[in-house]
Design a protein around this ligand. Sequence first.
Ligand code: KIV
Ligand code: NA
Length: 264
Amino acid sequence: MPEVTLTTLNKLKQTGEKIVCLTAYDATFAHLESRAGVEVILVGDSLGMVLQGNSSTVPVTIEDMVYHTRCVSRGNQGALIMADLPFMSCATVERALQASTALMQAGAHMVKLEGAGWLAETVGVLARNGIPVCAHLGLTPQAVNVLGGYKVQGREEAQAQALLDDALLLQQAGAAMLLLECVPAPLAGRISSEVRIPVIGIGAGNATDGQVLVVHDMLGLSISERMPRFVKNFMQGQPNIASAIAAYVNAVKQIEFPAAEHEF
Ligand code: KIV
Ligand code: NA
């Protein structure tokens, strides 16, 4: 795969070809995924749950994120690496700059932050300093203690309008990409068509510009009994992990995943 850049992602949005994103936390998976055609590798702070065994992403530190971003960077073959800014790293613009510097210098090409319109200033400062930003909206797991659980966001009209307003505001502020988690499919489709920048979805239906899953989830590996509705096990019927990842890439490109049963 030729090197994926922001230009590549913007072109994919313009042509309507879906962007494939998947988490990785180490060199081996980064290698497998980039070779399978995954365009964006997310070094997600979901590593706090799937690698560290925590019950949320709150305990994850910037040191953890830097370590795993370095590991991913060594195995990557041309994918764009997006790394999560962990809990509290955007409490001030200063902190966000410091944490983002560490992630970029560890090999990330873009950072992702959780929040909404209130982070517009931070997004702008990062962008002006040469750091592309993906704004994660909807269900933001770092705020699970405020949200009162992992729940679908934007179901009510006022909440939906606020999400759309935030998306436009963050684009205006300089965000390079958006990620929508657990929002009703029609709302995610509407936001994707109203912004110029690519929109990646998880639990947001198939009308976004791309999809992301946690790699452990799509391989059917789980500590907890219950998988969220939006997850599909791509190991089923596949002889090995490489072919399961290839099946995921293909399903996203063909718009076969997510299906109606995976959306809200
Ligand atoms: O940390 C993560 O893996 C994520 C995705 C679920 C979007 O943020
Ligand atoms: Na995350």
